[in-house]
Design a binder for this molecule. Structure first.
Ligand code: GLU
Length: 289
């Protein structure tokens, strides 16, 4: 089977060295295996996504010698397929509308899950009590969903076989009030639609793969392999962030490109894990640094 990988930036800020490293991992793994590398634009968040960032990201990647082997797909062009998947999950009785406000949710949150506090299921338990003129999000009924699929596992090229424990996340949101699909749903559907066989990404998304594996099972999608790589971190252990990335640490890609730096030489340095002073590769799988 041909290996297909992807790099999927969100156009809501500048790319930094961590993105460059992630894109190179995806690109090189595909090409080493005579496969295909794809770029996908995750612009589903209409509030924060900007077309200018798409241009910048593609120019940054081209400067590093990275181009998509197929036309670039934008999530904003795929809303119908997200709707169809949501309809199917609704018909299966696995989604419920949540009309809680942010304040209500934070007041009622249970213990922390891998992505923060876990929603206590207020809108599932008290369906009739919540005013229905409020906007709503669609949440996955995790108990029903995991009962439907039974035990699941997934395979990471580095970490091996992983038992999926999506129940730790509680009733995750699959369609937001302000966006037609959550990252989890859109990315899972896109990877399947694009025939991605090896999902490469930073270890900060390792835990979230349990949710993706569950969605794959619920929607009968093909199961890829995963490759969660280390993250570039600053000396204090903090992940490089978009907002800091273009600042003093000089890690912003477009600043480097505009300053006339050689992108191919930078890509080769990152491949050889030669990072600028103050930046290292963290192998920690939790990625919580
Ligand atoms: N759009 C996501 C991000 O920028 C990509 C996550 C993924 O590779 O699945 O973090």
């Amino acid at each position: 089977m041909t290996t297909v990988t992807r790099f999927a930036p969100s156009p809501n800020g500048p790319l930094h060295l961590g993105h460059a490293y992630a894109a190179l991992v995806a690109h090189d793994l595909a090409h080493e295996r005579d496969g295909e590398f794809l770029i996908r634009v995750e612009d589903i968040d209409g509030e924060r996504s900007r077309d200018e960032w798409i241009e910048e990201h593609l120019a940054d990647l081209a400067w590093l010698g990275i181009e998509s082997d197929r036309p670039v797909v934008r999530q904003s062009e795929r809303l119908e397929s997200y709707d169809a998947a949501l309809d199917r999950l609704k018909a299966d009785g696995l989604l419920y509308p949540c009309r809680c406000t942010r304040a209500e949710i934070s007041a009622a949150m249970r213990a922390d899950g891998p992505e923060g506090p876990v929603y206590p299921g207020t809108c599932k338990k008290h369906r009739g009590d919540i005013p229905d003129d409020r906007p709503w999000a669609w949440r996955l009924d995790m108990e029903q969903a995991t009962a439907r699929t039974g035990a699941l596992f997934w395979e990471d090229e580095i970490a091996g076989i992983i038992d999926a424990r999506p129940e730790r996340f509680g009733d995750v949101i699959l369609a937001r009030k302000d966006a037609p699909a959550s990252y989890h749903l859109a990315a899972t559907l896109d990877d399947a639609a694009q025939g991605v066989t090896l999902v490469t990404r930073g270890a900060d998304l390792f835990e979230a793969t349990d949710i993706h594996r569950l969605l794959i099972a619920l929607l009968d999608l093909p199961v890829p392999h995963w490759h969660h790589h280390g993250l570039l971190v600053e000396e204090d252990g903090r992940k490089l962030a978009k907002r800091r990335g273009s600042g003093e640490d000089g890690a912003g890609l477009s600043d480097r490109r505009r300053a006339g730096e050689d992108g191919i030489a930078l890509a080769d340095a990152l491949r050889a894990q030669r990072f600028p002073a103050g930046i290292t590769l963290s192998q920690s799988l939790s990625g919580s640094a």
